[in-house]
Design a protein around this ligand. Structure first.
Ligand SMILES: [Zn+2]
Length: 211
């Protein structure tokens, strides 16, 4: 059995979406300074690192992250590799890909995953993302969960349509998966977002378990 931790390490060195709050982790009580224990304070946006989007993020409909179904967040998943030259995940790319017919949870590795190997703290805008017609393809093909390897499922300058199509259909979106070490194939996914009541998203620990 092999376990792949596809969660990004959360630290101030991790890039965050432009305009989102910075990641801060600060020790506020310290044994070295006479306290009984070390205690830290953590502050960040909820769309930080490996995280899930709730429908409320783009639909403003009250469906918040604590209500996402664990039945969808855990179970069989297929990791698809797309070639480095693929610039966008559109319907034609998905049609031509190696996704097995019964797939309901899909994680897509693109050249984005190199960002995590390189550990660059810089946010990039030209990441590979799912186009609106790619999102329609996922709905039509009964995908219940989609995972991507950069901080948004949608193109930088066109966030709304892809998010709305996926979230309206009840597809669970995981963003910021580090798939750099994961071979293409079938796995068991365990994605457990923090139970933040009323939130539009939440950081998650996500692992893939292979044979
Ligand atoms: Zn998000």
């Amino acid at each position: 059995m092999s376990i792949y931790d596809i969660s990004l390490p959360i630290s101030p060195n991790l890039p965050v979406w432009e305009g989102d709050p910075a990641i801060e982790l600060e020790e506020i009580l310290s044994i070295d300074e006479g306290a009984d224990a070390n205690v830290s304070r953590f502050s960040a946006g909820v769309h930080v690192g490996t995280h899930v989007d709730a429908p409320h993020h783009f639909l403003n409909d009250g469906r918040t992250v604590e209500n996402l179904s664990l039945d969808i967040l855990t179970g069989g998943a297929f990791v698809l590799h797309l070639a480095e030259g693929v610039d966008a995940v559109d319907a034609a790319t998905l049609t031509d890909s190696a996704i097995p017919e019964n797939t309901s949870r899909l994680l897509i590795r693109t050249r984005n995953s190199q960002q995590w190997t390189q550990k660059s703290p810089k946010f990039i805008r030209d990441f590979v993302a799912i186009t609106p017609d790619g999102a329609e393809w996922l709905v039509e093909n009964k995908i219940k969960l989609i995972g991507v390897d950069y901080l948004s499922v949608a193109e930088f300058n066109n966030s709304i349509p892809t998010h709305q199509i996926l979230l309206r259909a009840g597809i669970v979106v995981i963003e910021g998966c580090d798939l750099s070490q994961v071979p293409q194939g079938e796995y068991a996914l365990y994605c457990l977002p923090l139970k933040l009541v009323g939130s539009d998203g939440a950081p998650a620990r996500a692992i893939l378990v292979g044979e």
